[in-house]
Design a protein around this ligand. Sequence first.
Ligand code: FES
Length: 119
Amino acid sequence: MLPRPPATDEPLVWISLGPADDYPVDEPLPIRLDRDEGRLDLTLVRQGDEFHVLGGLCPHRGAPLAELGFLDGEGHLVCGWHYWSFRLTDGGHSLLDSISIGRWPTRVVEGDLQVGVPA
Ligand code: FES
């Protein structure tokens, strides 16, 4: 099952991902969160001081995007298997409006990177 990002008005729990400065720039990284309702595999992309947390699996054939994906330099995370691409800004497929890998909110609090998940 693909993970579900929180709705805009949904209460959030903020989970620490550690020091924001430790994350490399322009390199998709796997993020694994163990929640009561199950494991959440996500993809983290840092661009400068901006952080994007997107779904971890490609909805086409299930490729792990953090391991096989790459950035196209135009604001997309591209799946390395068949090159579907997803906007960093909202997780939407670059060509197909009905497809999205989702995007989770992030914040940095006193240097600590946090991701918001449904409460
Ligand atoms: S598995 Fe990602 S594009 Fe096919």
